[in-house]
Each structure stands twice: as C-alpha cells, then as structure tokens.
Ligand binder design. Structure first.
Ligand SMILES: C[S@@+](CC[C@H](N)C(=O)[O-])C[C@H]1O[C@@H](n2cnc3c(N)ncnc32)[C@H](O)[C@@H]1O
Length: 191
C-alpha cells in the first residue's frame, strides 16, 4: 500500500475524518507512542513538546514517515515493530495514539494498554461498524472485497476490547452515519 497510501487516504481524511487527526494528537503529552504510524500523516498535529515514538510493521511506510518527519523537522523515533507484540516494557508511555489501525490490526488494544503508564491516555480514531443497521448492511456487503484488496475491515468496533484491556473510556463520539469513531480512554491510576 505504501506508494499509493497517501493518495488514497487523503480522500478518506477529507470525506470521513474531518479534524480527527488533530483531535487524536491534541491531547498527547510526555512520552508518546503512535502505533502503526504508517506514512506519518499525524506528525504535524502533535504538540511540539512531546517525545514521539512511532512503530509500524511496514518498512516502506516507515520510509515515508521518516521523509515526512524530516520535512517537518520533528524528531521522532521510528521503529519497525508489531502492534500485537510491542517491544516496549509495561508502562512506558504517557499517551498512545492509533489512527486507522482498528480497521487493519486485530486485537492490539491490550498491548496499547500494557505500554501505557497508570493515568496514561489512549486516543483512537477509526472507521468502524456503523451504529445504523442499514449502513452496517452496506458495510457487510463491501467488507469482503475491501479485506481482500487492502486488508481494510469495515465491521470492527474497539470499544469492548478497550474496556477488556482495563481502560476507562472518557470520550466516545460517532459521526458520518455512525461509521467514524473517536475514542479516548485512560488507564486507571494505581493509588
Ligand atoms: C490504514 S494504515 C494507517 C496508517 C496511519 N496510522 C494513518 O492513520 O494513516 C494501517 C497501518 O498499519 C500497519 N500495520 C498493519 N499491521 C500491523 C501490525 N501488526 N503492527 C504494526 N503496524 C501494522 C500498516 O503497515 C499500515 O501502515
């Protein structure tokens, strides 16, 4: 996907996600991990004072993220890595951000929760299974082809997995016929 990713996703950003990338990054503080950072489309939205690490499974996506980081003169530690087996100790990050990853990667929220410090915040932006049954019916029709063509799943919903990972959901909004999800959750502080 790497060579055509930015072109394709620019359309989704316009049609579906509005200022979602800005929203996902705006609350980031301290040590920040972006999971499956792709070509680095969120880089320009992070506050200037965060220490940013990004992981992705694809070296070619990371190459593009590296080029983008250089043009923005933002230092970012980019690493090859698997979201399902993050190579970081428990409680390493104050913030974890993941955009457009629920649709690609199954069950990575437990790992995100593990690497968050107590009190840390997770922000997810994605397209998920719609809350409207007619829209979901259309998604069900399109899902097999999109999964086959580009590994893009239309019918996922991370809410249950986030709760199961022990995080408390603080913000959950839906837009665009219930398809676009913004979810912010926090790891409980151990008092
Ligand atoms: C739809 S793209 C999203 C990229 C970026 N987060 C964004 O918002 O534009 C999905 C990304 O997940 C990455 N990916 C897929 N499986 C992964 C895994 N197991 N671990 C880490 N990255 C993965 C892909 O290489 C790709 O960059």
């Amino acid at each position: 996907m790497a060579p055509r990713y930015d072109r394709v996703v620019a359309i989704a950003d316009r049609v579906l996600f509005d200022d979602g990338r800005r929203w996902a990054c705006a609350g980031a503080t301290g040590q920040v991990l972006e999971v499956a950072i792709g070509t680095g489309r969120n880089l320009s939205f992070y506050p200037p004072d965060v220490q940013l690490t990004g992981v992705d499974l694809s070296p070619r996506m990371l190459d593009r993220a590296r080029t983008r980081a250089e043009t923005l003169t933002r230092p970012v530690n980019l690493q090859l890595g698997d979201a399902q087996h993050l190579a970081f100790p428990d409680a390493s990050f104050d913030t974890v951000v993941a955009t457009l990853t629920v649709c690609s990667i199954p069950d990575d929220q437990a790992e995100m929760a593990r690497v968050l410090r107590p009190g840390g915040r997770l922000a997810l932006l994605d397209h998920v299974a719609s809350t409207s049954s007619p829209v979901r019916a259309v998604q069900r029709l399109l899902d097999p082809a999109l999964v086959r063509m580009q590994g893009d799943h239309l019918l996922r919903d991370p809410g249950i997995a986030v709760r199961r990972a022990g995080l408390a959901i603080e913000e959950l909004t839906r837009s665009r016929w219930g398809i676009v999800l913004r979810l912010a959750a926090r790891k409980p502080s151990t008092a």
